[in-house]
Design a protein around this ligand. Sequence first.
Ligand code: ATP
Length: 154
Amino acid sequence: MAVPTTLPTSIQLEIVTPDRLLVKEQVDEVQIPGTEGYFGVLPGHTPMLSALAVGEMWYRKGQEMTFVSVANGFCEVLPDKVTVLAQLAERAEDIDVARAEEAKRRAEERLALAKDVDYDRARLALQKSLARLQVSSRAPLGGRVGRQRMPPTQ
Ligand code: ATP
């Protein structure tokens, strides 16, 4: 089999949930919350698999960055393709901030109780609500909600 001699110059990104294909785009850079920490992917990355943590991912296309909250799933990285299979994935514009605030309040209340609480469940609910609030707070800097221009380099 012929081995490609040039590195890819972009990444085909797919973010898939059980009920929809949220993103299918050609992008320049991706950052993902893995269970071992956040990792960045540029074209030509070494193939790898990672489980997803609950958190915020972003991808960059030119100067435009898009933020997505994700939870539970896996990510496959190939030199020219990143596939995120997530139980939950929401763009900033999909996020109901009041609902996330309410979920955060409930989770914090439960975590503050001394007994009869499923702490793992409450902690997961808190992490999901924080990820949603973080993504929804990505102020548009001349772009659409949840999208930012890269800051100018010094
Ligand atoms: P809640 O307690 O508010 O229902 P939850 O964390 O229990 O939140 P999930 O099980 O994480 O809810 O998600 C169930 C569905 O609702 C998913 O499709 C998810 O994308 C959606 N969802 C949950 N919270 C929000 C939100 N704040 N804004 C938009 N969609 C949300």
